[in-house]
Write a protein that binds this ligand. Structure first.
Ligand SMILES: *Cc1c(COP(=O)(O)O)cnc(C)c1O
Length: 384
């Protein structure tokens, strides 16, 4: 059966996959090899050297292309390595317009590394397309969207951004790490490139660091394959295998993440020590209508601010949790809690993080797939 005939919940398992030819192995073996025998110079079977191609990595690349509905997939040693490859398509003088409520490591890569090479980054809120249009000029080559945003759970209208990008003659890139293609498929909404930290939901078991790109057009994909091979930030076969294995249960895990996320968000909203809860499923969330339009459900990421908004209280609460683990990262089967101001967002200047709402009393939860009642009981005792 071709991918065209399969629905998403089958594509996670079969999309872009075929059984291994030599033995019929159902899962692609971990081809732990750096090189491939040639019968005469140039006489090979499509594989020459594992920086360039590796069969296990290729199975994963075919999978991400399939589940994102893109034509092409590329895998890297981390999410940031994938972002690094995208920005390397640009030249000095080129400009990027990026959302301002952004993963801290992406912000650091843009401002501390690529700014040095003459690429200019504009950061802006993207709730309203006009604030993005105002920043467009002849040098605008790329628009960078992360939605839902981290950690404030703002939702950016991907279709509206794709119109701005087309008018500007720029590429639209969407960091789809938080939503995953189970909830949102940016290429169908007009994006050119979808980026993932597969470290999070796609691999899903907190046991691998890996980045992925899914690309709509061949011309863009060819540029990225050239950079992938030239810069060489590829992932190994073992990590490719683990990520592929994770993707096969993505749809089942995401369904539970969404159910538990909803239960936790509602519990927190009713708690008297909580000032506000950020979760796009609430009808009064400022971008709820956009979330409903472009997402299948609302995900397992929930942020909340304590009454009083103090660093001390937030640290006390996250340290008292027992089922939730205090740790960076997200998207694994186990629930994690983080304190953005001192952890994931510590690399963003204080004025910048306060502008986007990352205050001292903000706590971010990655709600896992444990029993909902245990998660709520844990939050109850920590808040007490
Ligand atoms: C973690 C993360 C990244 C970076 O990915 P790594 O795999 O850690 O390099 C980028 N964007 C988002 C939204 C993330 O959560």
């Amino acid at each position: 059966m071709s991918d065209k005939d399969l629905r998403f919940n089958s594509l996670t398992i079969h999309g872009g996959q075929k059984h291994e030819e030599a033995t019929g192995a159902v899962m692609p073996p971990i081809f732990q090899t750096s090189t491939y025998a040639q019968t005469h110079p140039g006489g090979h079977k499509g594989f020459e050297y594992s920086r360039t191609q590796n069969p296990t990595r290729m199975a994963l690349e075919n999978s991400i292309a399939s589940i994102e509905g893109g034509g092409f997939g590329l895998a890297f040693g981390s999410g940031l390595a994938a972002i690094d490859a995208v920005i390397k398509m640009l030249e000095p003088g080129d400009e990027v317009i990026s959302t301002n409520d952004l993963y801290g490591g992406t912000y650091r890569l843009f401002t501390k590394i690529f700014s040095k090479y003459g690429i200019k980054f504009h950061f802006t809120g993207m709730a309203d397309a006009s604030s993005v249009k105002d920043k467009v000029n002849a040098n605008t080559k790329l628009i960078w969207v992360e939605t839902p945003t981290n950690p404030m759970m703002n939702i950016i209208d991907i279709e509206a951004m794709s119109k701005v990008a087309k008018e500007a003659g720029a590429l639209l890139v969407v960091d789809n790490t938080f939503a995953t293609p189970y909830l949102q498929r940016p290429i169908e909404l007009g994006a050119d490139i979808v980026m993932h930290s597969a470290t999070k939901y796609l691999a899903g078991h907190s046991d691998v660091v890996l980045g992925l790109l899914a690309v709509k057009d061949k011309e863009v994909a060819d540029q990225l394959y050239f950079i992938q091979n030239s810069s060489g930030a590829v992932c190994g076969p073992m990590d490719s295998f683990l990520t592929l294995r994770g993707i096969k249960t993505l749809h089942v895990r995401m369904q539970r993440h969404c159910e538990n996320g909803k239960a936790v968000a509602q519990f927190l909203r009713d708690h008297d020590r909580v000032e506000s809860v950020y979760w796009p499923g609430f009808e009064d969330h400022p971008n709820h209508a956009v979330a409903q339009k472009q997402m299948k459900d609302f995900g397992g990421m929930v942020s909340f601010r304590l009454k009083g908004d103090s660093m001390e209280d937030a640290v006390k609460v996250v340290s008292a949790l027992k089922v939730f683990t205090l740790a960076e990262s997200l998207g694994g089967v186990e629930s994690l809690a983080g304190h953005p101001a001192s952890m994931t967002h510590a690399s963003i200047p204080v004025e910048e993080r306060l502008k986007t709402g990352v205050t001292d009393g903000l706590i971010r939860l990655s709600v896992g797939i444990e029993d909902e009642a245990d998660l709520i009981a844990d939050l109850k005792q920590a808040l007490a």
